[in-house]
Design a protein around this ligand. Structure first.
Ligand SMILES: *Cc1c(COP(=O)(O)O)cnc(C)c1O
Length: 304
């Protein structure tokens, strides 16, 4: 399949209003940009980040994309699938030892012919220093290196497309962060009328402040970082978060996962309840997708 053909089968995700008594009490509007609906596999910010990178891979006539990620990585999952669809070979360095039984994410990667190389945590950390597409040592001329989480200036450009699709200029945009690339894309492209609230999915994520500043062209300040909603750390959860996700799904009929979107919506409701927003404020929450990650968590699908 060609890239433009792939784009035609993707959905333009709607922006829907969420109704909840607490929003009415506070006199605010909450909207959700449904990037989870772009595609069942290439969902959310992973498509946004990959879009212009894939164009660049084609323009450079590269034949293989080499990247890195954890054993449950939404980035590798989207990349492997897209590579398979577009006829681009993919390979990935995966953190940790090869498990005896592959988890559902890794099983998919193998099924989509991604070559997987398991490496130690320290080796993995060392790979983070390579940022440019051709910076990785030992690549063939037809290889394209893609850093962790798909972080690159082209990824920021893809994220910026989201703002063009919004039906109005929000007063607040709220977004979860792993590497902070998605957040940086939104902050960099939005005007200072919009305050971007970034919810860290990791524990001890102060480093995100610097990471995000490093990705911005201008040192703008219309954003803030919330560090208190990690629920014990990356990919960790607590009963309060699981219960929230189930309540949210029952109330709105929209699925969340506990790694990113669950924490972000929990934070949103918590901030609303703590009077963080002035009356009349319009807030847009970005649902970044990643629902494949639900498979490792025993969240009972409460839709039915
Ligand atoms: C990867 C991912 C994020 C984090 O994106 P960054 O750009 O790395 O901050 C957020 N939500 C979901 C669902 C993801 O898969």
């Amino acid at each position: 399949m060609k890239l433009d053909a792939l784009e035609t089968i993707l959905n333009e995700p709607p922006c829907q209003q969420l109704s909840h008594p607490v929003f009415e009490e506070q006199g605010i509007e909450c909207w959700i940009k449904r990037d989870d609906l772009i595609h069942p596999v290439i969902s959310g910010n992973k498509w946004r980040k990959l879009k212009y990178i894939l164009q660049d891979v084609k323009a450079k006539s590269c034949k293989r994309i080499v990247s890195m990620g954890g054993a449950y990585s939404n980035h590798l999952h989207a990349l492997a699938y897209v590579g398979k669809e577009l006829g681009i070979r993919t390979a990935a360095y995966v953190r940790g030892e090869r498990p005896v039984h592959l988890n559902p994410t890794l099983t998919d990667l193998v099924r989509w012919d991604m070559d997987i190389i398991f490496i130690s945590r320290s080796e993995y950390r060392a790979l983070r220093q390579f940022k440019q597409f051709d910076a990785f040592p030992g690549l063939c001329s037809e290889d394209y290196w893609l850093p962790e989480g798909g972080a690159s200036p082209l990824a920021l450009q893809g994220v910026q497309d989201i703002l063009q699709e919004l039906p109005f200029t929000p007063d607040y945009l709220i977004v979860p962060a792993g590497t902070g690339t998605t957040a940086a894309g939104l902050i960099g492209a939005s005007s200072n009328q919009t305050h971007v609230i970034v919810i860290a999915a990791l524990k001890g994520a102060e480093f995100l402040r610097e990471e995000i500043y490093g990705m911005l062209n201008d040192p703008v300040t219309h954003w803030s970082l919330e560090l208190g909603y990690h629920f014990g750390g990356f990919a960790k959860t607590k009963p309060a978060l699981d219960a929230f996700i189930i309540r949210f799904e029952q109330a709105h009929g929209i699925e969340l996962e506990p790694v990113y979107s669950g924490k972000m919506f929990y934070a949103l409701y918590d901030l609303v309840q703590s009077d963080r927003f002035e009356r009349g404020a319009r807030i847009v929450a970005l649902h970044t997708g990643g629902l494949q990650g639900r498979r490792q968590h025993n969240i009972v699908n409460s839709k039915n």
